[in-house]
Ligand binder design. Structure first.
Ligand code: HAM
Length: 428
């Protein structure tokens, strides 16, 4: 057993997995850019109050899952690692006066988030999200656009059959009355409620609809539906979102019990699931409208909507479907030498090729030439550059490892020759 291990719930992304995540990140960035979302960064940690106010103190994310950073001195602010990006992005929107820009301001963040969750497959303490936010547009068209953007991400990532679940959770006008109805309903059945849910009944009754406790399934199914209690404005908004999605051909399913786990949501709420896995806890991604959040964090009343897609879960789903092409970048050329001791010449030639933008590795072991060539083939290199006596006249041998051919090339032409060969190799 090694003496040190990565903290529980985290994992090292060894190069192969890192490369797969990088591919998802570039799909995300390219897609966001095409839709007009500009990438930004927010700190990995914020004042704890940003999350407490923004996400809500009675949510699991803040109550149980926040990674609080112990301050070094008593005067320091209380900080926490970001469990999600929305609160930080909105904090930045307010701090930098982005409401003076043309609205909506469309922003994206791609990076790690931290939740002190109970680790299991698909649930980590450090995980990666593709987050997108459109701040300053009351919708409903932008709601549909963002749902479609998230949906398209899965398509472009190569994950087929993703299902969109859609709901409206009302707003300040209609939710209070609905919550009262909901509370009364569950209170009537208090005897059947597990202890955790009984406690939530006071702090956050909406969360009961999202309960994972099997004892709750029947109760939740029979509970009053928010869709039957929406005010006229929320109803009209919801219908318009659905109509836009229909017109865009985005498949979705109405899910009246979908409530989301963060307090800032109003109206549109949505989640992405793998088909057949909608009943499980593990959403591939989710989001919704948060028309009160900017104000809550000190800005002028401003509507907003966004999503975050869990990239780790997409990787897992891709594992299961086996839909991903292997991504390996073998070196184009390995520089080997007839004189095993002359690592200087090998490094210099490799360095020259890299300066020209080529992928080259220098064989630095003091092995015999034959062994060096074997290693180059094992590396799946296309070419070996062999440095021998010809170097005195400014020449090297260029061996095509795949074709088995070999010829003399002047060192000054080597990079150009390789670049040309690489091109014809890729197109050929
Ligand atoms: P969320 O539903 O808390 O929403 O998280 C979004 C996605 O992040 C989840 O659907 C899941 O795929 C992934 N995720 C969450 N927790 C974990 C975990 N412990 N391990 C692995 N993956 C995880 C938000 O974060 C909101 N900020 C979304 C949003 C943006 N709403 C409006 N704008």
């Amino acid at each position: 057993m090694p003496p040190y291990r990565a903290p529980r719930g985290t994992r090292d992304l060894l190069p192969e997995v890192r490369a797969r995540l990088s591919r998802l990140e570039s799909v995300a960035r390219s897609l966001a850019a095409r839709y007009g979302y500009r990438e930004m960064e927010i700190p990995l940690f914020e004042q704890t109050a940003v999350f407490e106010r923004g996400i809500g103190e009675a949510t699991d994310v803040v109550e149980k899952e926040l990674f609080r950073i112990a301050p070094r001195t008593e005067e320091s602010e209380a900080w926490a690692l970001r469990p999600e990006a929305t609160a930080g992005v909105v904090r930045a929107y307010v701090q930098h006066g982005l409401q003076t820009l043309p609205q909506p301001v469309k922003l994206t963040v791609v990076g790690p988030m931290f939740r002190y969750d109970r680790p299991q497959a698909g649930r980590y303490r450090q995980f990666w999200q593709f987050d997108a936010e459109a701040i300053g547009d009351p919708g409903p068209a932008v709601d549909a656009e963002i749902v479609e953007l998230g949906y398209r991400f899965y398509v472009e990532a190569g994950l087929s059959g993703v299902q969109v679940l859609l709901n409206s959770i009302g707003d300040r006008a209609c939710r209070p009355a609905y919550l009262a109805t909901l509370k009364a309903y569950f209170a009537e059945h208090a005897a059947q409620l597990p202890e955790l849910e009984l406690r939530r009944l006071d702090t956050n009754p909406l969360r009961l609809l999202d309960s994972k406790d099997p004892a709750m399934t029947a109760l939740v199914a029979a509970a009053p539906k928010i869709s039957d209690h929406l005010c006229e404005a929320c109803s009209a908004h919801f219908e318009a979102v659905a109509a836009h999605l229909d017109a865009m051909g985005v498949p979705y399913r109405l899910e009246p019990t979908l409530v989301r786990g963060l307090d800032y949501y109003t109206r549109t709420a949505f989640e992405y699931y793998r088909s057949g896995a909608e009943g499980q806890q593990q959403a591939l991604g989710g989001g919704g409208r948060y028309d009160g959040l900017v104000e809550l964090l000190g800005g002028r009343p401003t509507p907003g909507i966004g999503f975050a897609l869990g990239l780790d879960r997409v990787l897992l789903a891709l594992d299961e479907t086996g839909a991903e092409a292997a991504h390996e970048t073998p070196p184009l050329a390995v520089v080997v030498g007839a004189d095993p001791a002359d690592t200087v010449a090998r490094l210099r030639v490799a360095s020259l090729l890299r300066a020209e933008g080529l992928f080259a590795r220098a064989e630095l072991s003091p092995r015999k030439l034959g062994r060096q060539l074997e290693a180059a083939s094992k590396d799946h290199a296309h070419f070996a550059v062999i440095i021998g006596d010809e170097l005195a006249e400014g020449n090297v041998q260029l061996k095509d490892l795949e074709a088995g051919t070999q010829r003399v090339v002047p060192l000054v032409d080597l990079a150009r020759e390789l670049a040309r060969a690489a091109k014809s190799h890729h197109h050929g």
